[in-house]
Design a protein around this ligand. Sequence first.
Ligand code: IMP
Length: 204
Amino acid sequence: MIVHSPLKVVLASRNVGKLREFAELLPDIQVVPWPADAPELPETGAFFQDNALQKAEGARAWWLAHGTEPVDGVLADDSGLCVDALWGGPGVLSARFAPDLPAYRDKIRRLLAMLPEGAVRTARFVCVLAYAPLQAPPFTISGSVEGSLALEPRGESGFGYDPIFLPEGHDHTFGELPAETKHSLSHRARACQALWRRLLGEGM
Ligand code: IMP
């Protein structure tokens, strides 16, 4: 049952880059940020899907007990950069890669330094969304974008590993491309489009 129009959804994440992108990618959904006093949500799975479900279900349980406003459901995103020459890494560990280096420009330098000389530079961003309605079983939906790694970080837009990701067919990184271009082809944009179609199909 839909409680609100527009749909009102808690985003189970404190990542400000993700929060901004969801607000832009899902303009017909009212996105409520994960409260500052709410607990960190564990993500201990081996796969994006496990972690997305774990975060959505953990956030829903917390919200049912402590939520300060009525919402329709909880949305969680587990995403990351999968580099072929690193056997798909950092993948699910993208946020936790190089924990001794908090700044992304340093994580990026380490990641680039890990590539063997002459390695194939192909990579992809993957996003798995888990949506947990307050009173119905959760489901997951995913999106990905193929690309390759730039030789050096370029551009200041976006967040995380955007400055080294060259989406297929583009000579500029996500860090250089305008947000509208990223939103027309990104892993998160594709997952959000699929989520929206699914919600509409379910008689939202
Ligand atoms: P998690 O889903 O919270 O485990 O973290 C996902 C991590 O993957 C982010 O903190 C970024 O490091 C990376 N990531 C996911 N999506 C993007 C993106 O769109 N651009 C750049 N980095 C991303």
